[in-house]
Ligand binder design. Structure first.
Ligand code: GCU
Length: 336
């Protein structure tokens, strides 16, 4: 899907913009005691998912701290379109906020791709030390001039492969068609592992698995459960090939229309909402895993020597994608 081209997601989004109240960018309403700003927030996950709950927390805190002068309407379940098109709309102020996977933002920042490289982080804590430290801020700054203003990092766990037929090794990946996010790095990761990548937007993955368009996909336990993928692809192999953090972002054009005092509240509440989401994440991920396993899905653990094979297969991608940013890669690897 091209950044500048008209996509089906874009048309859906445009329709959403026309049909849904409060989602055509900032709407300014005079009230008896001053101006009220009504803003839109796009989310592609369901209502009860941790990132959507983070968005709800954010909206209610902003409303409370601005005495109702800034109201943020949340549109979950991709009501405003898929991630690619909501980002496009946000860059010109058609949508004010969204929370997206970093995989869909790499066209807007060269450094962003570094933070989603396969097997980059040792574990969850390592990733958070990197994002909470100077590196997270540096990557946020790299979006300058893109029309996107990053607000905070959200958690999205670790991603593994899941398939319609049982797969339990790197050799088993050979020739499989695997759904990927619209991301060049993700496509090349799948090729490096011997499989064929098929880019599909998140909302369509269930049907791609069900109809046999793809043999498998990859995601965290929470999305696997929330989107019912486990009902059609019951073999979850814990290869843990990548952690892709998520960003809560705001439209630069919206920022230009809001008073400074409200921007400070938004920035503060965005950070608080990320803390809140991070706490929820762990709980929800454990519950999601328990639910899918009790429904009869298989959790396939692989040995550390098998995992090493996955790591070795994707190592050349560092040269391909991070050649200009090896200092950043090394800083991340050296972060204690
Ligand atoms: C994650 C993320 C979604 C994203 C999805 C995907 O689960 O939360 O925002 O769309 O991955 O695989 O596309």
């Amino acid at each position: 899907m091209s950044r500048g081209g008209i996509t089906s997601g874009f048309i859906v989004s445009l329709l959403g913009t026309l049909l849904l109240p409060g989602c055509a960018g900032v709407s300014v309403a005079p009230t008896d005691n001053g101006t009220q700003y009504v803003l839109s927030y796009a989310e592609n996950q369901k209502e009860e998912y941790p990132t959507t709950r983070g968005a709800q927390y954010f909206a209610s805190k902003v409303e409370e701290k601005t005495n109702g002068k800034v109201k943020i309407n949340i549109f979950p379940e991709a009501q405003l379109g898929d991630e690619t098109s909501t980002i496009e709309q946000l860059t010109f102020g058609g949508i004010d906020f969204t929370r997206v996977s970093l995989a869909t933002l790499t066209d807007y920042s060269e450094e962003a791709v570094v933070l989603m490289m396969p097997y980059l982080y040792r574990d969850r804590d390592h990733m958070w030390r990197v994002l909470d430290g100077g590196i997270g801020d540096e990557v946020m700054t790299s979006f300058e001039g893109s029309g996107i203003v990053p607000l905070s990092w959200y958690d999205a766990g670790v991603r593994s492969f899941y398939t319609v037929q049982r797969v339990d090794s790197l050799a088993g990946m050979k020739g499989l068609s695997i759904r990927v996010q619209p991301s060049a790095l993700m496509e090349d990761t799948i090729r490096a592992l011997g499989a064929d990548p098929v880019p599909v937007e998140f909302e369509n993955v269930y049907s791609a698995l069900q109809t046999g368009e793809v043999d498998g996909a990859e995601n965290n336990w929470s999305s696997y459960e929330a989107m019912d993928h486990y009902n059609v692809a019951p073999y979850y192999m814990e290869d843990e090939h990548t952690r892709i953090p998520e960003l809560q972002i705001m439209s630069e054009s919206t920022r230009e229309k809001l008073p400074e005092e409200y921007l400070a509240v938004i920035d503060e509440c965005a950070k608080d909402s990320a803390e809140y989401e991070r706490r929820l994440w762990q709980e929800q991920e454990d519950a999601a895993k328990e639910k899918v396993l009790s429904s009869g899905c298989s959790e396939i653990k692989i040995s550390s020597s098998e995992k090493e094979k996955f790591k070795e297969a994707v190592e050349p991608l560092y040269e391909q994608y991070c050649a200009g940013h090896m200092d950043l890669v090394n800083d991340i690897r050296e972060t204690e």
